[in-house]
Structures are given as structure tokens and as C-alpha cells.
Design a protein around this ligand. Structure first.
Ligand code: TXA
Ligand code: MG
Length: 335
């Protein structure tokens, strides 16, 4: 399926397809989504088939207004109102207790539902024209890198999707921040562009931060599949490497005649017939925007290894570090 420029006619066609229970990929500010009518369980099942995603991994329902929260959530707590008022439309998904009529197919069998109002003109036009909620995970195959351009969706899903709306490259580049408000205390399930501190400033309370590690070892804590260790991964072996060890690692791999792709923000050059350097932005948000397309590009070059310069461990880099931790293994101290 070739992407189609998302003009009014294309959006009209997309709405028609969604009403027929078909799949439409569309841009959001974070990553491209693979959408289906959230009120049609058969349509939603097609999403799982197309992605190869296990049925117990819940989907986010995309909505076009803060008011629409009431269509899906059993109750809308003050915290949800405050966060939506402050950050919607925007890269924040809220987990709330679901209304009984919300299909368990959408929620992966859970009594909670993920909701988000995306900040992208094409996504908002589509949602408004459609009128209902659109269930949409990232438009990639299960455990692969999320698409940030329409052509990536085509690469990932081919003809498994009925229409791909092209709205350009995604501005944020990593998936939304997920905050679970279904329990007594708010929990950060997935870090994103909107940081823990941004949320805490609005709620005036501390978030429980669920780390990927605890999600891995404690199955009951594994509420978001994005929290599994292997996720967002390139096919090429990828390794995180501290800045000061990059030169020796590159040298060693080249010495062993290995073709190496390098994703670095401080290294200015790494000339060799065996290396390919992508110079990444030094600022976290810009880095995030470029991350998936860069990984995808290096992954297409048939390299032996992708070396990734480890970013700083600050809050601003949390979303990037979370995704890199899932795409790569860390270079151990003894290596
Ligand atoms: O930025 C985004 O959120 C993108 C764009 C397309 O909106 N979507 C996205 O969807 O990243 P997906 O399915 O790739 O990731 C959604 C995450 C999953 O980790 C899922 O487990 C979690 O949201 N999620 C959805 N509903 C949930 C629920 N009821 N409880 C816990 N986690 C939930
Ligand atoms: Mg995903």
C-alpha cells in the first residue's frame, strides 16, 4: 500500500474505510498509528492480526476532544481533567477505568482503557470527520521500531493496511507518555516527551515510576507491552556504548573486519570503509525526533553491528534512554 497525501478527499476515503471496519494508518505527532474503529471489535481484531500482536496487549483509543473522555471512561478523575486540560492535544495517554460497553478486544481484556487526543492536524481532522474513537497502536509489526514516516508504515505492514495517510515526518518521534490514573496513585507506565516532572507539576503529587526492569520480573506489573525488554528493536545487533569507549570499540570491530553503524551525538567523525556514522542532535527532544528513522536507516545497510553512544542519564533523556534500552544491549564493564 503506497502512502497517500492526506488531503480532504483522502481523509473522506479513510473515514469510509474505517466505517467499513478496515484499517487506516495515520500520522500523529509521536509516531504513525494503525487505526480501526474502536467501537467495532472485528475491526480492532484486524489490528492485532496485521501487527502480529498478542491479543492481551491493550490499544490506545484516540479521541478528538477532552469531552470525549466521558464516552470511554467510567469516571473521569480530577487528575485526568487537569492533565488533559494542560497537555491535550498532545503526546500523553491516560489509563482510566473503562465503561462496561468498551470492548475487551480494545483493552486486551483489562478493565481499563487508554485514551489520547493526538496533536496532529491530519489525526484530528480524521477523528473529527469519523466522529468516534480510533483504536491505534504504533503502525509497526510487533516488537519492531515504530514508524515516524509514512513510507516506514509501508515497509512494516505492506498490504495488511487498507490506506496509509501521509502527513509527513512525526515531530516528537517517540511514543506518548503513559500515565495510569485507574488506581489510587498515579503511575508513569511509559516515559515520553512530556516528562515525569511536567506531570508532577500539574498534579502536585509524585508519580510512581514503573521501570522496565520491574515490569519484566514481575508479570503482574507488566501492564504495558512497551515495557518488555525486547521492543522497538532493529534486526541488526545493537549495542549501547559509553562515550569514552566508542573509539576503541569502533577500532576493535573494524580490526575484526566488522561493518559498523554508529549513532553518536558527540563523535564528529569516524572515517573508515567499514563504518557509517550518523551524527545525532545533542539535545534530547531533537534526538528523539530523529531516533527511529536513524535506527531504521542503519538497520537497512546490512551491517554487522550498530553502536549507540549512550546518552546522559538525565530526566530529559529518559524517553530516549528507555527506547534505546529496549533496542540495544548494554556494553558490560568487562567487555
Ligand atoms: O504515541 C502513541 O501512543 C502511539 C500513537 C499512534 O498514538 N501509539 C502507541 O500505541 O504507541 P502502542 O499500542 O504501540 O502502545 C500503547 C501502549 C502499550 O504499551 C499498551 O500496553 C499501553 O499503551 N496501554 C494501552 N491501554 C492500556 C491499558 N488499559 N492499561 C495499561 N496499558 C495500556
Ligand atoms: Mg508500539
Amino acid at each position: 500500500m503506497k502512502p497517500i497525501f492526506a488531503d480532504d478527499a483522502a481523509i473522506e476515503n479513510a473515514v469510509k474505510l474505517l466505517r467499513q471496519g478496515r484499517l487506516v494508518a495515520f500520522p500523529t505527532e509521536t509516531v504513525y498509528g494503525l487505526g480501526a474503529d474502536a467501537a467495532n471489535p472485528d475491526a480492532v481484531r484486524r489490528i492485532f492480526q496485521a501487527k502480529g500482536r498478542p491479543a492481551d496487549h491493550p490499544l490506545i483509543v484516540h479521541i478528538s476532544s477532552v469531552d470525549s473522555l466521558n464516552d470511554w471512561a467510567l469516571t473521569v478523575p480530577d487528575a485526568a481533567q487537569q492533565l488533559a486540560a494542560r497537555f491535550w492535544p498532545g503526546p500523553l495517554a491516560l489509563i482510566l477505568n473503562k465503561k462496561p460497553e468498551v470492548s475487551l478486544v480494545v483493552t486486551g481484556g483489562q478493565n481499563t482503557v487508554g485514551l489520547r487526543m493526538p496533536d496532529h492536524p491530519v489525526a484530528l481532522n480524521l477523528l473529527r470527520a469519523f466522529g468516534g474513537g480510533i483504536a491505534a497502536p504504533s503502525a509497526n509489526r510487533f516488537c519492531r521500531i515504530s514508524p515516524t514516516q509514512a513510507v516506514h508504515v509501508e515497509e512494516e505492514l505492506g498490504d495488511a493496511v487498507d490506506l496509509i495517510l501521509d502527513g509527513g515526518a512525526c515531530q516528537v518521534g517517540v511514543e506518548s507518555t503513559i500515565v495510569d490514573l485507574s488506581g489510587v496513585r498515579p503511575k508513569l507506565l511509559r516515559p515520553g516527551h512530556i516528562t515525569r516532572f511536567d506531570i508532577e507539576a500539574v498534579l502536585q503529587t509524585e508519580l510512581i515510576v514503573v521501570s522496565p526492569q520491574s515490569g519484566q520480573t514481575n508479570p503482574s506489573a507488566l501492564r504495558a507491552p512497551g515495557m518488555m525488554a525486547v521492543h522497538y528493536a532493529p534486526k541488526t545487533e545493537a549495542m549501547l556504548c559509553p562515550t569514552d569507549r566508542l573509539p576503541e570499540m569502533i577500532q576493535e570491530l573494524n580490526f575484526r573486519n566488522k561493518k559498523v553503524g554508529i549513532l553518536a551525538y558527540s563523535l564528529k567523525q569516524a572515517e573508515s570503509r567499514l563504518t557509517r556514522l550518523i551524527r545525532m542532535p545533542e539535545q534530547a527532544d531533537d534526538y528523539a525526533q530523529a531516533l527511529y528513522a536513524s535506527l531504521r536507516y542503519l538497520d537497512s545497510l546490512q551491517l554487522d553491528m550498530i553502536l549507540i553512544e549512550r546518552p546522559p542519564e538525565t530526566e530529559a533523556w529518559r524517553a530516549v534512554n528507555d527506547r534505546l534500552g529496549k533496542a540495544a544491549t548494554a556494553l558490560s564493564a568487562s567487555h
